[in-house]
Write a protein that binds this ligand. Structure first.
Ligand code: NAP
Length: 327
């Protein structure tokens, strides 16, 4: 069985190549990929700025949705023909991709594969960072920066359905309104005026228990200022800069915790543990339609450079995905 896949020979070129499909190893499945999610990490990988881990597939693509077409030894839960979405260790921009069985979620009838491909990276990232590292509890207040992003649009819905007062940010009045419609109580415009001042005016300064920061840089001091005593700030992205100048006194005066993580470097067993927690605590809400992926555009696989440019320009809302079933 052959597969087609994307190769970035240079940052400006994307070729559709073909080779024999990989064979699933023990506890792995081979997925016939219908759609693959696009992540900012893929753009960085294409530019040579984010090399994949040594044991990962060199083919880009961290999440897929499709149908199981072959099972490795030791698989216990999935059958050939099952519709799934999955986190991949690279290799998602392809017609066939490998995933660990315990990194798959069974797709309900109510979700298309476009929607399924928008879920694994966002669910895992939000679960691990907001609920595990950030320890968000029911009744607390959370600020999910970038509610208009692939990660944030799911994060806002997850936090809301888990019983938190949910705040967010986005980059225009219209985008703020759309994030509010996803369940955020207040959304500040990060392109309009002082961000911390907007939350202060709305009455949330010093009352935010958990903050998911996707942008870093100068945002960090605002995070520290807005956090409640014993607040937890989790940084997962640096779109505003890798360096931050912060007032350390804010940390110890409020006993804040500042942490972060990157999913790509999280151990496979840790990811599997998070998937178990997601199956238990989040997936029922996805199946019920209370958490819905937001897909902006699906591009044909061969138009991957156009799709990446769409993401780079930042005009999308939610996720961009690739249709991998056609070359
Ligand atoms: N550490 C991890 O494990 C992990 C995993 C996944 C993603 N991430 C990171 O999380 C971030 C979001 O990823 P994504 O795939 O969801 O991206 P995305 O869909 O492209 O969204 C980007 C988001 O960033 C906002 N934004 C852009 N420039 C900003 C600025 N200067 N200040 C504040 N917000 C700004 C955008 O808001 P508007 O468009 O409304 O202006 C939008 O909400 C990226 O930095 C990504 O690298 C980290």
């Amino acid at each position: 069985m052959d597969r087609h896949y994307i190769e970035f020979a240079t940052p400006e070129s994307a070729a559709v190549r073909s080779d024999p499909a990989p064979t699933p190893a023990r506890e792995e499945v081979l997925i016939g990929v219908h759609h693959a999610g696009i992540n900012r990490a893929d753009l960085l990988q294409r530019l040579g700025l984010y090399p994949p881990p040594e044991d990962a597939s060199p083919i880009p693509g961290l999440e897929v949705a499709g149908e199981v077409v072959a099972l490795g030894e030791g698989c216990q839960h999935l059958q050939v023909g099952d519709r799934v979405c999955a986190l991949t260790h690279g290799g998602g921009y392809a017609s066939l991709a490998i995933a660990r069985e315990d990194h798959c979620l069974t797709l309900p009838e109510t979700l298309t594969s476009e929607e399924g491909a928008a879920l694994p990276e966002a669910l895992l990232t939000v679960w691990y960072n907001v609920f595990e590292r950030g320890q968000l509890a029911r009744g607390e207040t959370v600020l999910i920066h970038g509610g208009s992003s692939g990660i944030g649009s799911i994060g806002v819905q997850m936090a809301k359905t888990m019983g938190a007062t949910t705040l967010s940010t986005a980059g225009s009045l219209e985008r703020c309104e759309t994030v509010r419609a996803l369940g955020a109580e207040f959304v500040a415009d990060h392109r309009e005026g002082d961000l911390a001042a907007q939350f202060t005016q709305a009455g949330y300064a010093g009352k935010i228990n958990v903050i998911l920061d996707i942008a870093g840089g100068d945002l960090m001091q605002s995070n520290l200022d807005l956090a409640a005593p014993d607040g937890r700030i989790v940084c997962i992205g640096v779109m505003r800069g890798m360096q931050s100048e912060i007032n350390l006194a804010t940390l110890f005066m409020k006993r804040l915790t500042l942490t972060g993580s990157t999913l790509r470097r999280l151990e496979m067993t840790e990811r599997a543990r998070c998937f178990d927690a997601i199956r238990q605590h989040v997936w029922p809400q996805v199946v019920a339609g209370d958490i819905r992926p937001v897909v902006d555009t699906a591009y044909p696989l061969a138009a991957v450079l156009e799709a990446h440019e769409h993401m780079r320009l930042g005009a999308h809302f939610g996720k961009l995905v690739l249709d991998c079933s056609v070359q």
